[in-house]
Ligand binder design. Structure first.
Ligand code: URA
Length: 325
């Protein structure tokens, strides 16, 4: 165990003692010195692991003189040592925000009206965009996002959740990953408007805001959030009735396969799975390609899309067959 791990283990033990009702711990002067040294040595502990506000604001180790809130322990359990002193607690300079959201209610029951696809989709859009739970999770100036595309599409792409640009425009896959997805679709010989594109989630999973009121980064949706939005995804599938689904990335694959966490996407990508009766191809998220611009990464995702093209009987030219080789 390195020093950081030891300090985190100490923190866990102190928390455990606290949960048992202990208010004080007694430490020998030698141990105290070692602890001071360790704390002095570890200057980056605060960024190495998520630290909660509670950990920052409350001293984790306090050997201060007993008070009404920190009763004296029975002498038998106390080590007789010189006057106790307060141990410096690592102070967080850069805090990794831990964002927790209020529990969600039960997933909605979606009943689509009778009518043609356009009528049913318009009703679904009205429902989702005005749903009080969805609305409660978008910040001022941002939007709830439903899928877009051809309601007769054979291919139904499903990503994770709207990104920063998407929640502003109210359309999925508009930002850089979306632009790459559009180019991939064009590589398949299709226009973006000829497929259906959506996400597991209808709002951007929230995180803390920076000083300008903009969200800091993105996070993957929680299983509860995915569960809540799933009826909206099912309703889109019920309307579009595609030939197959393409899950973009690990989170989308986890959400659609519903078998819990997937260790690595590499194990399951490029293979046919199922979402109910529908064939489901799992491939990398376009963001992965943006981070790994090598031809071999592009070829992997492309090979998965070639399988999709075959399955929906799209023509494949020699040029398309050999992209990124
Ligand atoms: N934008 C989306 O709409 N979905 C993603 O998964 C990522 C970015």
């Amino acid at each position: 165990m390195n020093v950081r791990e030891q300090l985190l283990a100490l923190n866990d033990e102190l928390r455990r003692l606290k949960s048992e009702g202990r208010r004080t711990v007694t430490i020998s002067e030698d141990n105290l010195d070692q602890l001071r040294q360790a704390v002095a040595d570890v200057t980056t502990i605060e960024t190495a692991a998520p630290i909660s506000a509670e950990m920052i604001s409350q001293p984790l180790v306090s050997a201060a003189a007993p008070t009404a809130m920190s009763p004296v322990e029975p002498t038998s359990s106390r080590v007789r040592q010189p006057a106790p002193s307060v141990v410096p607690v690592p102070v967080a300079r850069t805090v990794v925000p831990v964002y927790t959201t209020a529990p969600l209610p039960a997933p909605p029951v979606v009943t689509l009206p009778a009518g043609d696809k356009t009528t049913r989709w318009a009703a679904l859009r009205e429902l989702v965009l005005n749903h009080p739970v969805c609305q409660a999770h978008v910040r001022p100036g941002k939007q709830v996002v439903l899928g877009v595309g051809d309601l007769d599409a054979r291919i139904f792409f499903c990503g994770e959740a709207p990104g920063p640009e998407d929640e502003v425009q109210g359309e999925p896959f508009i930002g850089p990953p979306g632009q790459l997805l559009t180019r991939m679709i064009q590589g398949m010989g299709l226009k973006r408007e000829q497929v259906y594109i959506t996400n597991l989630m209808n709002w951007r999973p929230e995180m803390a805001l920076d000083a300008r009121g903009e969200q800091i980064g993105n996070r993957a949706p929680s299983p509860e959030e995915i569960k809540f939005c799933l009826p909206f995804l099912r309703a889109q599938l019920e309307i579009v009735q595609p030939k197959l689904i393409v899950a973009l990335g690990k989170t989308a694959a986890e959400g659609l396969l519903g078998q819990g966490p997937i260790k690595t996407l590499g194990e399951i990508r490029g293979q046919w799975h199922a979402f109910g009766e529908l064939p489901l191809m799992v491939t990398y998220h376009p963001s992965y390609i943006l981070r790994n611009q090598s031809n071999s990464s592009k070829r992997m995702i492309w090979e998965d899309l070639l399988k999709v093209m075959e399955r929906v009987e799209l023509p494949i030219s020699d040029k398309q067959q050999n992209y990124f080789l």
